[in-house]
Ligand binder design. Structure first.
Ligand code: SAH
Ligand code: SF4
Ligand code: F3S
Length: 449
């Protein structure tokens, strides 16, 4: 087979990033090589529809591909992911270079479809069906996988938060079978991973759907934490309502489980939370945070926040700011609410004008900057351990090259390490020496391992 090349452009969440990485490995196993956009025979755009902006990016990406490839009909353009799921074959009309649309579950069939489309230039294929169970994907090309691995434990979401498109774009929740998850974790550790992040839209509801195999999320965490060779374990994204006592206890009991939790709050006012259908209130969230901090006193929390949800008053918004202080989030992702056609809140009255949303977003981000600053400053002089992820762009002092790693809280840390070796994937004991705007500087205090 003559070697064909591919290029993948990815938008959206970690699950999309992970899907793109799998697709790349699956195509490589079929003899494809990765290439820059200008040279690729196959271009894949893996899309996100969670807010208006990511959705617009898809259309501009398709425009850019047309421009760079000169509209060459020989270039096979594939649209995958959440916008593909929603707009489906409409992409065929919008852009003639698009000959494959593969939705959230359909992406598993994309490698075979791509090969077929290359052989049959007049064909178009749409893979848009949702499956009833989690579909195991074909193995990709082998090879080292880097120190940090992501492993899917479920697909979809059943929560139907009023603002959110994910249950429509990704489908209903389907848990993956525990043995398949364990096999993938073991394989990643064999390939050199030292940290594993378990992925899903609602991870702590793992097992609570008809694909569940009787293993709870807390059991799964314990099983993965016990794997030999695993130094660090993380998970994203949990839902506060599903954080049970066993999940909280895991932070006290499982040594590899990192003291960092991304726990989306979304809003601080009970009235807004109720309209969002988040199924918890301020008090419940604060109790959960207190229980988590009792289990793991050094736990660092981060969150997602939406400003300007329909009907949000100034007082509601201030309740969000107040919750941020009470929870002391080390970082947050914050967004202006945007209507998603199909999601309930699109029909809600009392939409907040964009300029008010924007003004609230800036105030919120200003507060977050101060909280993040305080968190980073408090790290100075502390001893900790880094997992090195690669070279850093900063120059090290004393002519030693600088490397970037993460501490157990997930904060990026720069450290100078001895020259002439690739330290990627090694653990290094350090002392934090300085807090920069978004990262930390450290000095090595012991041997790498
Ligand atoms: N499953 C995760 C995250 C899903 S989407 C969770 O439950 O938290 C990622 C984030 O995008 C959400 O946490 C939310 O903050 C934001 N988001 C989702 N829909 C949105 C919308 N319509 N407008 C603005 N932000 C939105
Ligand atoms: Fe969306 Fe809510 Fe599901 Fe998260 S839990 S993916 S915000 S519906
Ligand atoms: Fe976006 Fe789909 Fe993820 S809508 S956030 S890519 S689940």
């Amino acid at each position: 087979m003559s070697e064909k090349s591919f290029h993948i452009i990815t938008f959206g969440c970690q699950m999309n990033v992970h899907d793109s990485q799998w697709l790349a490995r699956a195509l490589m196993a079929r003899g494809f090589a990765e290439a820059p956009l200008e040279e690729a025979d196959v271009v894949v755009v893996n899309t996100c529809s969670v807010r208006e902006k990511p959705e617009q990016k898809v259309m501009s990406a398709l425009g850019r591909i047309r421009q760079i490839t000169g509209g060459d009909p020989g270039v096979l353009v594939t649209v995958a992911g959440c916008v593909a799921q929603q707009l489906g074959t409409a992409f065929f009309e919008r852009e003639s270079q698009v000959r494959l649309v593969a939705g959230s579950d359909g992406i598993s069939g994309a490698p075979a479809a791509i090969e077929r489309l290359l052989a049959e230039p007049d064909l178009r294929i749409s893979l848009l069906d949702f499956t009833s169970r989690y579909v195991e994907r074909e193995a990709g090309a082998d090879g080292p996988c880097g120190p940090v691995a992501y492993v899917n434990i479920m697909q979809g979401c059943d929560n139907f938060c009023a603002y959110c498109i994910v249950p429509f774009a990704r489908g209903r929740q389907k848990s993956r079978a525990t043995p398949a998850i364990m096999d993938e974790c073991r394989a990643r550790l064999d390939q050199g991973a030292r940290e594993i992040t378990l992925l899903g839209q609602n991870v702590n509801a793992f097992g609570q759907d008809k694909s569940g195999d009787g293993v709870s999320f807390a059991r799964l965490l314990a099983q993965v934490a016990a794997l030999p060779g695993l130094e660090r374990l993380r998970f994203v994204t949990p839902h506060p309502k599903y954080m049970g006592p066993e999940d909280v206890a895991a932070f006290a009991d499982l040594a590899p489980l990192c003291p960092r939790l991304h726990l989306p709050l979304q809003a601080g006012s009970d009235a807004v939370l109720a309209r969002m259908r988040r199924k918890y209130d301020r008090c419940g969230f604060l109790d959960l945070v207190a229980a988590l901090r009792a289990a793991r006193p050094d736990l660092a929390l981060s969150t997602d926040l939406i400003v300007g949800f329909p009907g949000e008053s100034e007082e509601d918004f201030r309740a969000t700011l107040e919750m941020m202080e009470l929870c002391n989030f080390m970082s947050s992702f914050s967004f202006c609410y945007s209507d998603r056609p199909g999601a309930r809140a699109a029909l809600f009255p009392d939409k907040i004008p964009p300029e008010v949303q924007q003004e609230r977003l800036l105030r919120l981000q200003d507060l977050q900057d101060r909280l993040s600053r305080r968190w980073l400053d408090a790290r100075v002089n502390r001893k900790t351990c880094l997992l090195i992820e690669g070279r850093s762009r900063r120059d090290g002092p004393d002519e030693e090259p600088s490397w970037q790693g993460r501490d157990p809280y997930g904060a990026p840390v720069h450290v100078a390490l001895p020259p002439d070796a690739d330290h990627t994937g090694r653990m290094v004991p350090v002392r934090i020496t300085e807090a920069k705007k978004h990262s930390l500087m450290a000095r090595r205090t012991g041997e790498l391992w």
